[in-house]
Ligand binder design. Structure first.
Ligand code: SF4
Ligand code: F3S
Length: 106
């Protein structure tokens, strides 16, 4: 599966959902999560993310590894998102800010 990681938080550009062939993305207030039971490992979403936030599970850094369980847990409780929408107005300000996990709203 592919995993949405830290840099999506407060960026949430949603370009990823426009290309996913199986609608694997689920939307929270300031983050998207991929349902690992739905993702077919096509990798199409990876280059679409302006925040470079999507990583294959086998390539997660130690700091990113908690996001595998976070994606699974949050995808199960959030609504499906299938269309691009406008990002937060300050998305570009947050792009690249490290260690945003404490800011994740759910
Ligand atoms: Fe969807 Fe493919 Fe990304 Fe998985 S890797 S979330 S199937 S676009
Ligand atoms: Fe997040 Fe990147 Fe998608 S910032 S919403 S994973 S395009």
């Amino acid at each position: 599966t592919f995993v949405v990681t830290d840099n999506c938080i407060n960026c949430k550009y949603t370009d990823c959902v426009a290309v996913c062939p199986v609608d694997a993305f689920f939307e929270g207030p300031n983050f998207l999560a991929i349902d690992p039971a739905i993702c077919i490992d096509c990798a199409l979403c990876v280059p679409e993310c302006p925040a470079d936030a999507i990583v294959q599970d086998t390539h997660l850094t130690d700091a990113q590894k908690p996001y595998l369980a976070i994606n699974e847990e949050l995808a199960a409780k959030w609504p499906n998102i299938i269309e691009l929408k406008a990002p937060p107005e300050d998305a570009d300000v947050w792009n690249g800010v490290p260690d945003k996990l404490a800011l994740l709203e759910h």
